[in-house]
Design a protein around this ligand. Structure first.
Ligand code: CA
Length: 451
């Protein structure tokens, strides 16, 4: 850790802009700055180079909707019953509660109160009933879709789930061309229109989430990858990278790049064979609490006040909401009940120590806790798993038997949290429990493929 505040710190009280660029189901090892040998992401890498790269950056859930609920509120979603992915409500659950509880404040709600204009482009996935729509959750502008995914091309209507209408409250939505490009267009347009006022842009891309659909010209770039799914996946990431490049170019053209806080991360780990992703060097995948499900590529760029570097203490997507509020000049009090913290003083070395002594996760059949470099995972059909992440980042050696006191301490802390949380608001189908447990016994690719 070698970060410090750059000399610009006292020169301006201008409120920074905020952009969250969220990739969807991106494998940990599938961008340049996390070591991909196959996939080239020059624009994402340039962003990483201009900012702080978090080696131990986590999301709060291993699947889309819970992770997004945590990210957008700064509260662990399990603490308000949003444990699960949104699906069709089971008969015993009231569909009026299938979404982000209206009692929770989003980043947009909080920044609205601080004078910001807020926009979301892309995937919402936090509820489809009127009360959950982004324009009722602090966002002034919405161009996108309410569900968990979308077709990339207009012509492909094979999967109804991914064939939902584009909704916008500020324009008649144009027909899509290739949706990653369309989202890029809208993000660039948002930046142009709001360059003179403090803004928050939630750029919610669906790449490289299924359905696996890529442009021919991008597929040609990866003709050397034999596996068709991985080739398509690589091409989809290329197009994401191109559009991130377009956004950065626009910010620079408008001379607001330096005072814009840009965060890049994925909402969860890659689902390996489902989309061709690789989480190397981490074990596991989307849907489970091994590192491959929850540790993600994570960057914050803010050239005006944040010197570039690497930060290696554990942080979480839950930290974004309080960090943004603090940087925007807001006050954080206990009433906010944030589970995240303002990480800015930590990453600028104003505060020593760890932003978090403990991080905890819960998802369907599994729960996990990290304390320092120790990580414990609790499953229903076996003794707890304990890993030392410093010595064994790929979680290959379960050392629970050698550290039984520690296992008990960590189980106690995890269990106490568990029984303090409210009942869940909605559930996924029962078959997912078996499915997720089986994923703990699979073998995952822990090294990068040859080029
Ligand atoms: Ca996802």
């Amino acid at each position: 850790m070698f970060l410090s505040i750059t000399k610009g710190q006292c020169q301006t009280n201008k409120k920074p802009n905020f952009i969250i660029i969220l990739a969807d189901d991106l494998g940990y090892g599938d961008v340049g700055f996390t070591g991909s040998t196959q996939i080239k992401t020059p624009h994402i890498d340039a962003l990483a180079k201009s900012g702080v790269v978090f080696t131990d950056g986590y999301v709060s859930g291993p699947v889309c909707a819970p992770s997004r609920a945590g990210l957008i509120t700064g509260r662990n979603q399990v603490n308000f019953g949003y444990d699960n992915n949104l699906t069709d409500a089971l008969p015993q659950f009231n569909p009026e509660y299938s979404g982000l509880p209206v009692t929770e404040k989003t980043i947009a709600d909080r920044l609205s109160n601080l004078g910001y204009v807020n926009g979301i482009i892309g995937k919402w996935h936090l509820g489809e009933k009127e009360q959950f729509h982004p324009t009722n959750r602090g966002f002034d502008e919405f161009w996108g879709y309410l569900g968990g995914g979308h077709n990339y091309f207009p012509s492909d209507t094979s999967n109804k789930k991914y064939n939902r209408p584009i909704i916008s409250n500020y324009k008649e939505p144009q027909p899509i061309t290739y949706i990653t490009d369309d989202k890029g267009d809208e993000c660039v347009d948002f930046i142009k229109r709001h360059k003179d006022e403090p803004f928050f842009l939630y750029a919610s891309f669906n790449a490289p989430h299924a359905p696996m659909q890529a442009l021919e010209e991008d597929l040609k770039l990866y003709a050397g990858i034999k596996n068709e799914k991985r080739r398509t996946y690589a091409a989809m990431i290329h197009r994401l990278d191109v559009n991130i490049g377009r956004m950065i170019k626009e910010l620079k053209a408008q001379e607001i790049y330096d005072d814009t806080v840009i965060v890049f991360l994925s909402d969860n780990g890659g689902p390996d064979t489902n989309n061709g992703s690789i989480n190397a060097p981490y074990n596991g995948r989307k849907g489970i609490l091994l590192e491959g499900g929850i540790r993600v590529p994570f960057v914050i760029s803010y050239p005006e006040k944040l010197k570039s570097g690497i930060y290696n203490k554990a942080i979480t997507s839950l930290d974004l909401a309080p960090t943004f509020v603090a940087l925007a000049g807001g006050k954080i009090t206990k009433k906010d009940r944030f589970d995240g913290v303002n990480i800015f003083p930590f990453i600028t070395n104003k505060i020593e120590g760890n932003p978090h002594e403990t991080l905890m996760w819960r998802f369907t059949i599994s729960a996990g806790i990290r304390k320092g470099n120790w990580k414990l995972v609790r499953l229903p059909d076996r003794m707890p798993l304990l890993f030392n992440l410093e010595e064994d980042p790929s979680e290959q050696n379960n050392v629970a038997k050698e550290h039984w006191d520690l296992v008990q301490t960590m189980l106690k802390e995890l269990g106490n949290w568990d029984v303090s949380t409210p009942h869940v608001l909605f559930l996924e189908g029962a078959k997912w429990r078996r499915n997720q447990l089986d994923l703990y016994d699979k073998k995952y690719q822990l090294t990068q493929p040859k080029k």
